[in-house]
Write a protein that binds this ligand. Structure first.
Ligand SMILES: C[S@@+](CC[C@H](N)C(=O)[O-])C[C@H]1O[C@@H](n2cnc3c(N)ncnc32)[C@H](O)[C@@H]1O
Length: 270
């Protein structure tokens, strides 16, 4: 993964390991992502300022919230679980996200996912054949995603999909010279959740408490529109106003979310 554009030192997070066989790898990860190195995870109890531990466990990178151990750990897993289920049974090119990015007339766009997060939406699109460039600004999230992509590259069922995903760690569309002309820019910034926290899935609660809200999300729309050749797609909760209060060309409504689509150019016919 390259390049590393942000150098931050977060004091409430450290990288550690569960099994000593992973200790050297965990040390290298801490260096790569400019995070503090903890050593064995049991050492976390001696560091009260720590809120999160990014731990190597069974050769995968996981994020734990120390004051809420019942929430468990989150990792990026493209091989098993919900993401794998969606790959097999999610509806292929007929699903809403595919329609939103313009997978039609045999057209398979190059998509820049500029708010990559844990890469679930990007993986769906890469699984449908799209070339994916991913941008994530938070080093901890980028580290989790990078680890998930690299593990997926080693698994025969999903290696081809993971090889279609290139992750960049960067702060914004303006600053990063991606040297690319994406057909579509996809945005899914964090938006305050309405549900009471108990109703939000455990995994989502850890993620939300780490990332918070993307208060500058409105600033993403103009550079996204400048960069995309055909369209910009924004995922929003159903109750949220459009990004930057800009009316989309069309919306695709789902149960809890919708895709706002800003069309620049019609999708070409093959
Ligand atoms: C809701 S999550 C995206 C979830 C993702 N669509 C998925 O399927 O896993 C939003 C992510 O965008 C990132 N983000 C927000 N604004 C960004 C920006 N300007 N540049 C890069 N990443 C950004 C946040 O750090 C967060 O990880």
């Amino acid at each position: 993964m390259s390049p590393t554009l942000v150098s931050e030192h977060l004091n409430n997070i450290a990288v550690g390991y569960v099994d000593s066989v992973d200790s050297e790898y965990a040390k290298r990860l801490a260096k790569k992502w400019h995070l503090n190195y903890l050593g064995h995870v049991v050492a976390a109890s001696k560091q009260p300022q720590l809120e999160f531990v990014l731990q190597m466990h069974h050769h995968a990178l996981e994020l734990c919230k120390l004051d809420e151990p019942k929430l468990g750990a989150i990792k990026v897993d493209f091989v098993e679980g919900a993401v794998a289920h969606r790959r097999k049974f999610g509806g292929g090119r007929g699903q809403d996200i595919a329609k939103a990015v313009g997978l039609k007339h045999g057209f398979t766009p190059h998509v820049l996912d500029a708010t990559a997060g844990l890469g679930r939406d990007a993986f769906v699109l890469a699984g449908l054949g799209c070339k994916l460039t991913l941008l994530e600004r938070m080093p901890v999230v980028a580290a989790l995603l990078d680890d998930g992509i690299e593990r997926a590259k080693l698994h025969h069922e999903v290696a081809d999909i993971a090889n279609n995903m290139q992750l960049f760690h960067g702060t914004s569309l303006d600053e990063v010279d991606l040297d690319l002309a994406p057909d579509v820019v996809y945005l899914d910034p964090m938006y305050p959740h309405r549900e009471k926290s108990a109703a939000v899935k455990k995994e989502m609660r850890i993620f939300q408490s780490l990332v918070g809200e993307d208060l500058d999300a409105d600033d993403l729309l103009a550079p996204a529109l400048a960069l995309a050749t055909y369209r910009v797609v924004v995922k929003r909760p159903s109750y949220a106003p459009p990004l930057a209060n800009k009316k989309p060309s069309m919306s695709i409504n789902m149960k809890k979310n919708r895709f706002d689509v800003y069309v620049k150019l019609a999708i070409p016919k093959a």
